[in-house]
Design a protein around this ligand. Structure first.
Ligand code: 5GP
Length: 205
């Protein structure tokens, strides 16, 4: 069996990656989303173990110390990190794993696992981004401002990604991400096991 694909998806907060991913997961049973750990408080409706593992700063530090995080960063005053064990297990099982993480974490993953596919989702404009962030209504004004400032800095990292998807229309953006994954999965070096099997068969002819 071929190993699964590790997919890093980044977009500034409010960039619309949530909607894109929701669509993707409804269409692809082989895709799994890594649930991150964070020290930020849950927003209304967010569940421990489903949206995030909401843990204390002490617990977060302990997990870093034990090497349990594949990557981690501090973002707008809170820690966020990807638990290593489930990601490694899923990849071994042949599942395609999505990490929905910010640019610093994305860079760490690219360095550690250069085989990953990284996709940056660009909002149509900063105005749209601001509207989406405010529309969410879950953040205080100071936090909206901080997230907007962070978003501007994050945009400059788009050049470090393998692909960029423009999130104008949801259906187009979803189709674009699917096309990227489809093409990546068909790369020669990702299919050596299956290719070898066919070539071995061919020897018996
Ligand atoms: P939010 O607080 O809006 O849920 O997330 C803030 C930012 O943290 C988003 O850009 C999100 O993609 C990023 N993020 C979520 N989980 C992780 C993680 O495990 N690692 C890193 N580096 N960033 C994360």
């Amino acid at each position: 069996m071929n190993k699964g694909l590790l997919i890093v998806i980044s977009a500034p907060s409010g960039g619309g990656k949530g909607s894109i991913l929701k669509e993707m997961f409804s269409k692809d049973a082989n895709l799994v989303l890594s649930v991150s750990a964070t020290t930020r408080s849950p927003r209304p409706g967010e569940e421990h173990g489903r949206h995030y593992y909401f843990i204390s700063r002490d617990e977060f530090q302990k997990q870093i110390g034990n090497g349990e995080m594949l990557e981690y960063t501090e973002y707008c005053g809170n820690f966020y990190g990807t638990p290593r064990a489930p990601v490694e297990a899923w990849l071994e099982e042949g599942k395609d794993v999505v990490l929905e993480i910010e640019v610093d974490g994305g860079a760490q993953i690219k360095k550690k696992m250069p085989d990953c596919v990284s996709v940056f989702i660009l909002p149509p404009s900063m105005q749209v981004l601001e509207k989406r962030l405010r529309g969410r209504g879950t953040e205080e004004e100071a936090m909206v401002q901080e997230r907007l400032k962070t978003a501007c800095q994050e945009l400059s990292h788009v050049k470090d990604y393998d692909y960029v998807v423009f999130n104008d229309r949801l259906e187009d953006a979803v189709a674009d991400v699917q096309a990227i994954l489809q093409a990546e999965k068909l790369k020669y070096y990702r299919n050596t096991n299956s290719i070898e099997r066919v070539l071995k068969d061919a020897e018996t002819f």
